[in-house]
Design a protein. Sequence first.
Length: 265
Amino acid sequence: MTSTTTPMATGVTPERLRGLRRWNIGLAIIHLGSAAVILFLTNDFSIPVLASFIDGAPGSGEGGGATALVTSDLFNVTIGYVVGAFLALAGIDHLLTATIGRRIYERDLGRGINRFRWAEYSVSATLMVLVIALYWGVTTINALVVIAGANVAMILFGYLQERMNPPGRTSTTMAPFWFGSLVGITPWVAMALNIPLYTDAPEYIFVILAVQGVFFFCFGLTQWLQYKEIGPWANYAFGEKTYLVLSLAAKSLLAWNVFLVSLIS
């Protein structure tokens, strides 16, 4: 009778897992603490979400030309609450992986996957992109829905990349990664199109777009390095720690940048 052993992801050792647990506990404290402070101090600063549509059938204007564009406010997004939400989601994720979900988390890491990460990112990273889009003048409900959908799709493709490439595989497919990159870049293209139009934008908005764009690129780069097995990223546990560091930096910088310049100024 032949016994088979499921291959373990590279570098997922008991020592590494203990270190990751300490990191998750620390990040849970930081994120939940930051969320509590922001929610406590925030004011009612908000950005309106608009409906935009043409008044009449397309091409029904005078002489067959453009028809009037009508806009109306649908609701206001209180930015402090959204910032607090994506920080709290990250904190809850890290708390779960360090406590009641620890066994599932560590077992999944051994299988080269982290379902907690992708579930959290699909909501928290999408809220982050929506906040950035709102600051960049993308405020119509149609555009925001498409941006949210594209970002969620990108995250789910990241999950598929891990799911389709288990440890011990004889070949690696990068198709989910490239599909995710294609849909994931579209919100940033949409926001970048406003740059030449948004001539009176304060400098901090350019900083937010540039810094967060770099961080989102680094998340994708991390996965690419993992599956190309380049340098220390050939170690799956190292890649997991890289995700933790990037998540902390991206969320904290966006949260406090937005909070300090927009909510208490």
